[in-house]
Design a binder for this molecule. Structure first.
Ligand code: ADP
Ligand code: MG
Length: 607
């Protein structure tokens, strides 16, 4: 379920889907309440203030009406007969209370929403980055991220405004109707007969209009696709001289857009006239009927004024409900999706760094024992089919083989990004399950082919291998990695910002930073996944030198494309179609006339 929702190919700009409002969906969205719990008192105070402000707002029309009557020397309020000044003071007093509670309400609601959302954001982020690799295999990560942001903004909006509005408008609606009945039962009966009809029509109209405008958007997107596709494949269009055909296609699509837009305009125009007629018609009707009542001395002018003001309040409240409910539904849908992520099973990594410290030391012996593996996202293809090899502590083992043979997969399995379906991976003779996940990842380092540097300084990027490294340690590592000289020659040295907003480093330079990173980490087992294969010969020499330092005295798994770089390995494992085709030293393998290794090295030698 979760998978499909995030994978449905929708863009975040699209309207967030709504959830049905029922017991179940609300129950599923309940997790949100857990997050609000720490701030519940502020929330309740906010609620109380909201209630007070709604009630005081309701008192206004009554006071204004009473003022009108008092001005004419009439007092139609029961029990009390206040003076004009008393009413004026009361109005200001209420206004004052209103401002104070409104301030507190806004301030507290925003605080509760901001803090709740920040907590949820933090937890979803931690959850996301600790989810197992195969969670990401089926999703476009960018989309997941923007969908999550959209969901969280929706929840935040609802917490700060929609929720408050719903409560306020409910108070307005119920209070308003009660007062209307109190002021004049005749008029209330009269207008209540019309108003619901208007509201229902408005809601239906609104639904239809929304549907049409969504259709119009879809059509527009469709026609934009034509432009995009043809521009991308412009050489095809030109080569086939199909410009006229494409223009015709685009024109047709545009005509569709226009006709739908016009349908929308008709609806919208009709709706506007209808609303104007109905709303003002109701007002005219009420005033008309009210005037008769006033003429018959059944109602005072002030009460009629009060009545009209309250009907406006009630009408407005009714009008806002559809939107507010739509918002609430969206927020519940959003909450469900966020909670779904939070309920996913993550890798056993603690949010507390102390608990992730290494507990079980690995000396460096690594063994694959009859490992079968297929990626969870592509179960039908078995990548490793009974793979076995062993690297004793301190040994350099090279893994070679054609592209797609499963070399990088081996690296992923060592890091336990995935678990094999059959067979065992053993560290120092113990199965990988007998280690904590962080024990393994803390003691294995990988230098990949494409090094990704984070947007930060070079110093920070090197320290990624050991977060508490001192400046001395960082410089030493950089020197050993052949990186110190080039870093030193940059104007800002180790404080040079790299990554998207900083300078761009060459492949070899990034590689050497990655090596410095790995040196700082000081792993028991080192994996080099084609670490030098995208470099020119000069950088390759520098990187190769750095790698020699890094590999010294530790188990190294060297995945290599260029066979020239692995001649010195203690053992070479030749991988073909997920199994070991042959293994041995360079000298041994090159003797095998029929062997894949000999064939591959002949190919490269000739090249
Ligand atoms: P090599 O590094 O030897 O070139 P890989 O280990 O990257 O090969 O890939 C081995 C096989 O596994 C290939 O057929 C590849 O298509 C497949 N594969 C690699 N990564 C994934 C993945 N994340 N999900 C599914 N299949 C994958
Ligand atoms: Mg690879």
């Amino acid at each position: 379920m979760a998978r499909n929702r995030f994978n449905s190919g929708t863009t975040p700009e699209e309207e967030l889907p709504k959830a049905k409002l029922n017991k179940e969906s609300i129950k599923r969205a309940e997790g949100l309440l857990q997050y609000m719990k720490p701030y519940r008192w502020k929330f309740f105070i906010g609620l109380f203030c909201l209630f007070v402000s709604s009630i005081t707002f309701l008192a206004f029309p009554a006071i204004l009406g009473a003022l009108l009557d008092a001005a004419q020397g009439k007092h139609k309020l029961p029990f009390i007969q206040p003076s004009i000044n008393a009413l004026g003071y009361a109005a200001f007093g209420i206004l004052f209370i209103q401002s104070i509670v409104s301030f507190i309400r806004v301030r507290f609601f925003v605080e509760v929403a901001e803090k709740t959302i920040a907590d949820i954001r933090k937890d979803t982020y931690f959850k996301l980055i600790t989810l197992p690799m195969d969670f990401f295999a089926n999703r476009r990560v960018g989309e997941l991220n923007s969908r999550l942001s959209a969901d969280l903004s929706q929840i935040q909006d609802t917490l700060t405004t929609s929720l408050a509005e719903i409560i306020r408008q409910t108070v307005m609606l119920i209070g308003g109707i009660a007062i209307l009945i109190f002021v004049s039962q005749h008029l209330t009966l009269f207008s209540l007969a019309i108003l619901p009809l208007v509201v229902i029509c408005a809601v239906l109209f609104g639904k239809k209009i929304r549907a049409v405008s969504r259709e119009a958007q879809d059509k527009l997107a469709e026609s934009n696709t034509i432009v995009q596709e043809t521009l991308q494949g412009i050489s095809n269009v030109k080569a086939f001289a199909n410009e006229a055909y494409e223009t015709k296609r685009y024109d047709n699509s545009l005509r569709d857009v226009v006709s739908i837009a016009l349908r929308g305009a008709t609806l919208r125009g009709g709706f506007a006239s209808f609303i104007v007629f109905c709303l003002f018609g109701t007002v005219v009707g009420v005033v008309w009927y009210g005037a008769t009542l006033v003429a018959n001395k059944e109602l005072s002018v002030g009460l009629l004024g009060t009545y009209i003001l309250y009907s406006a309040v009630v009408g407005a409240a009714m009008g806002t409900f559809p939107d507010l409910f739509a918002n609430l539904q969206k927020a519940i849908g959003s909450t469900e999706r966020v909670m779904e992520i939070l309920r996913e099973q993550n890798e056993p990594i603690s949010i507390d760094p102390e608990e992730n410290k290494t507990r079980q030391v690995i000396k460096g012996c690594l063994e694959f024992d009859n490992v079968f593996f297929s990626y969870p996202s592509r179960k039908e293809i078995t990548v490793l089919k009974g793979l076995s090899f062993k690297a004793t502590a301190g040994e350099k083992v090279a893994i070679v083989g054609p592209s797609g043979a499963g070399k990088s997969t081996i690296a992923s399995l060592i890091l336990r990004f995935y678990n094999p379906q059959e067979g065992e991976i053993l560290f120092d003779g113990l199965t990988s399950e007998s280690y904590a996940l962080t024990d393994i990842r803390n003691q294995v380092a990988i230098v990949p082919q494409d090094v990704l540097l984070f947007g930060g300084t070079i110093r920070e990027n090197i320290a990624y291998g050991k977060l508490n490294a001192s400046d001395d340690e960082i410089t030493t590592a950089a020197k050993q990695a052949n990186a110190h000289n080039f870093i030193h020659s940059l104007p800002e040295g180790y404080d040079t910002v790299v990554g998207e907003r900083g300078i761009k480093l060459s492949g070899g330079q990034r590689q050497r930073i990655a090596i410095a990173r790995a040196l700082l980490k000081d792993p028991a087992i080192l994996i080099l996944d084609e670490a030098t294969s995208s470099l020119d010969s000069e950088s390759e020499r520098l990187v190769q030198e750095a790698l020699e330092v890094l590999m010294k005295n530790r188990t190294s798994i060297i995945i290599a494309h260029r066979l020239s770089t692995i001649r010195e390995a203690d053992k070479i494992v030749v991988l073909e179609k997920g199994v070991v085709a042959e293994s041995g030293t360079h000298e041994e393998l090159i003797q095998n006339e029929e062997g894949l290794y000999r064939y591959l090295s002949q190919l490269q030698f000739e090249a």
